[in-house]
Design a protein around this ligand. Structure first.
Ligand code: UDP
Ligand code: MG
Length: 337
């Protein structure tokens, strides 16, 4: 496989002793316009969860869907009390949906999964087996990217490669948001207050012992992916600016390098003028230098702008999401938070 990098937290052995006995499982599912997949998703996930433990909850986050996703979920809730539901007041994005689910789940083991059945729920059983062995995080890695369109797979691979080169905490490539987290990891994630939530990065940042299992990523059950290339590009920028200051630092080096080259060139002009006398033509080279330097300065300003913009988002301290409705299994009506 192309460019496989192990996460820094990936160790040879789990640090935790094997986990035995009954446990509570939370399955958390962000849903955005998933009316076509919801029923099939519940049909697939409920038997898997029930085989693992009686004490499970399926937490669905309706991320401001404009279709009948909420109705589908509520129909199923009537028949299955272990389904929980958090409905956002609008679309806040998948990262916010995952954050809300992590804030509210109560499982000893928490599995995040997409609703579109691209991630097969049966894999949850393998993840729980690894968790029982003592691993704190079990990340499912895609065996291939065959179901993605050409450019998406291409840019995605590039992204992981460059991200891991410059980020403080590397993330294993081809791991999506299909993963199991131990309760301890969930508690750690709840302590991270940032508003720009690049969850893949946050998962890596908190550490703990991580193992990976490969799975075949299927086709979407229904509907279309809501991550178009432009959205992914912005998502990648969020990831890089949240986990690396390299793009800021690099401009000092570019500055030093250009200053040095300018000095060398300047010295040569002085010497040439002393030896050969004044030579007026030079309009073209002058223009090229001005445009080149102007371009470089604008790029560096733009990069700084990216960071300043994110600083602004952080300092406003707005909530990461707003819920209009929170109905959780086995708990009293909770005030949304
Ligand atoms: N999703 C979400 N909010 C959004 C976009 C997507 O909660 O704004 C959910 C979506 O319902 C699905 C998961 O995130 O469960 C992954 O989305 P999708 O399948 O569209 O992305 P892809 O698999 O193409 O990365
Ligand atoms: Mg999908």
């Amino acid at each position: 496989m192309d460019g496989v990098v192990k996460a820094s937290s990936e160790t040879a052995r789990p640090a935790h002793p094997p986990r035995e006995g009954p446990f509570r499982l939370s399955v958390i599912v962000p849903m955005f316009n998933e009316e076509g997949s919801a029923d099939a998703f519940f049909d697939a996930v409920l038997p898997v969860a029930a085989r693992l433990t009686d004490d499970f909850e399926i937490l669905c986050i309706d991320d401001g869907s404009s279709d009948a996703t909420a109705e589908r979920v509520r129909e199923r809730m009537a028949a299955e009390p272990r389904i929980g539901f958090i409905q956002f007041s609008r679309n806040f994005g998948k990262e916010a949906a995952l954050t809300a689910a992590l804030d509210h789940c109560e499982g000893d083991a928490v599995v995040s999964i997409d609703a579109d059945l691209q991630m097969r729920p049966e894999v949850i059983a393998d993840m729980v087996a690894k968790w029982r062995e003592g691993w704190d995080v079990v990340a499912a890695t895609r065996a291939d990217r065959a179901t993605d369109s050409g450019p998406r797979a291409f840019f995605s691979r590039r992204f992981y490669r460059y991200f891991n080169r410059i980020a403080d905490t590397p993330i294993p490539p081809e791991t999506g948001d299909f993963r199991l987290l131990d309760r301890q990891v969930v508690m750690a994630l709840r302590q991270l207050p940032e508003r720009t939530r690049f969850m893949k990065g946050l998962f890596a940042w908190v550490g703990f012992t991580t193992t990976t299992i490969a799975y075949d990523h299927g086709e979407r059950h229904a509907g279309t992916s809501s991550f178009k290339l432009w959205k992914l590009w912005n998502f990648a920028l969020d990831g890089i600016t949240s986990f690396s200051t390299f793009p800021l630092r690099v401009w000092s080096y570019v500055g030093f390098a250009t200053a040095f080259l300018a000095f060398v060139y300047g010295s040569w002009i002085v010497i040439r003028t002393l030896i050969f006398g004044i030579d007026v033509p030079g309009y073209a080279s002058l223009l090229v230098f001005i445009l080149f330097l102007g371009g470089i300065q604008l790029i560096s300003l733009g990069v700084m702008g990216e960071y300043v913009g994110r600083l602004l988002t952080e300092t406003k301290r707005r909530p990461i999401y707003l819920a209009r409705r929170v109905e959780l299994p086995g708990r009293d009506e909770e005030a949304p938070r």
